[in-house]
Design a protein around this ligand. Structure first.
Ligand SMILES: [Zn+2]
Ligand SMILES: [Zn+2]
Length: 175
């Protein structure tokens, strides 16, 4: 990812909820698991994994739906309260360290091609990976570049500090 990152804006289909990636995603992947296929209605989900503190949300507050996940738990899916476009999801907690932003909601999705394809064991047979890295299931935890793993650790620390603050003092732009 380039150091001189130009913020990447995006929005739902009606424009009521807007978001901006202020820093590069930690990683970008395409997930071909059957859950992602069902949730998106497409052959895979194209996700930018973004640290919670690296993106801001403008306009209306997104609403969250709890959606069952394969692990037997659920994840939280953020969508626009008006047009219901899904913007991102987060695992386990509404205050997760990372958000899986749907790359298609960004104004310039072409800036964020997938760096890896995961759960290719359930990939649609007509999808070609075009030479990109493919993993049968999830990639190993150390697959991300070292810089991204460092940034993730910093984001986790910041999230922990933020969770400990009283609700009223939490920043409103980052939900
Ligand atoms: Zn909308
Ligand atoms: Zn998936």
């Amino acid at each position: 990812m380039p150091q001189d990152f130009a913020p990447a804006a995006g929005s739902c289909a009606c424009g009521a909820v807007r978001l901006t990636l202020q820093r590069p995603p930690l990683y970008v992947h395409a997930c071909h698991c059957t859950r992602c296929q069902r949730e998106t209605g497409g052959p895979f989900a194209h996700h930018a994994v973004v640290a919670w503190c690296d993106m801001t949300v403008q306009g209306e507050a997104p609403v969250f739906a709890a959606v069952p996940a394969d692990s037997g738990t659920r994840h939280w899916v953020a969508h626009c309260p008006r047009c219901r476009t899904v913007l991102w999801n987060e695992w386990g907690s509404r205050r997760a360290v990372t958000r899986y932003v749907r790359v298609g909601v960004l104004d310039e999705p072409g800036r964020f091609p997938p760096l890896a394809h995961i759960f290719v064991r359930s990939k649609q047979p007509w999808v070609s990976l075009d030479g990109a890295a493919g993993f049968e299931g999830h990639y190993p935890a150390d697959h991300w570049p070292a810089g991204s793993r460092d940034r993730w650790r910093q984001a986790r620390k910041a999230r922990q500090a933020e969770r400990e603050r009283p609700k009223a003092q939490r920043p409103l732009t980052v939900r």
